[in-house]
Design a protein around this ligand. Structure first.
Ligand code: SAH
Length: 232
């Protein structure tokens, strides 16, 4: 464990606030829980992109869950955020973000803002993040949380994810966090050639697909069994 710990700090550099420093802990009482989440749920399960790890170490997940659930914010599972929706499990957020292969200049579209947690992680890695949420109250709440944290490269709109957000297309990556029964054609259309679509697809049993758009259509880079709320 110690070796993994040391290797992890080596890998991500030491520019992050150190949870071992008393002042840092006073500023963020969840800092050590977040470090543990990254070590046990993210690093030990094989996420290796150092920018993704840095983002997961930084974004305060407890700010994205209802107050009465803050003590469970860093546990290894999704949590209810009301309206029959959930904040995704930390590992899934890291996995989807790594799969999106973002660069600092990337423009990203997210479908299903929910709590805004995945939005924040994406915003740590990309230049601009556009995010669509169907439920107005969730869109509003996420906007407030992200404003309070000072994000300036996130744009949230209440709307239907099946339509995408054509004004800012084409996107270098599209990350979908609710599962449609089949691949929505407009999302593929709004993806840049060479861009990546990360999307759970299916009813009942779902697969997380990682697709890369080509001039002729797309190629599939991966498929993993998952369970997301339906995209409606
Ligand atoms: N990434 C979010 C996951 C939220 S759950 C998080 O970690 O907090 C999926 C979200 O997708 C829900 O908020 C749900 O309201 C939203 N959603 C479902 N269908 C949608 C649609 N057609 N368009 C936009 N958002 C949709």
């Amino acid at each position: 464990m110690l070796m993994i710990n040391r290797f992890l700090s080596f890998c991500v550099g030491n520019s992050q606030p150190l949870s071992g420093i008393p002042e840092a802990r006073a500023l963020d009482p969840f800092a050590s829980e977040r470090e543990r989440m990254v070590r046990e749920q993210i690093w030990q399960r094989g996420i290796r992109d150092r920018r993704v790890i840095k983002a997961m170490r930084k974004v305060p997940r407890h700010r994205f869950v209802p107050a009465e659930m803050q003590d469970r914010a860093y546990s290894d599972r999704p949590l209810s955020i009301g309206y029959d929706q959930t904040i995704s499990q930390p590992y899934i957020v890291a996995f989807m973000t790594e799969a999106a292969q973002l660069k600092p200049e990337s423009v990203v579209l997210e479908i299903g803002t929910g709590s805004g947690y995945q939005t924040a992680v994406l915003a740590e890695l990309a230049q601009q993040v556009y995010s669509l949420e169907r439920i107005p109250a969730l869109a509003e709440q996420a906007q407030q949380t992200l404003d309070a944290l000072g994000y300036q490269n996130i744009h949230i709109r209440q709307g239907d994810g099946y339509q995408g957000w054509p004004e800012h297309a084409p996107y270098d990556a599209i990350v979908v966090t609710a599962a449609p029964p089949t691949l929505p054609p407009l999302l593929l259309e709004q993806l840049a050639v060479g861009g990546t679509l990360v999307i759970p697809v299916g009813e009942g049993s779902q697969s997380l697909l990682i697709l890369s758009k080509t001039a002729e259509g797309y190629t599939q880079k991966g498929s993993f069994p998952v369970q997301f709320v339906p995209m409606v």
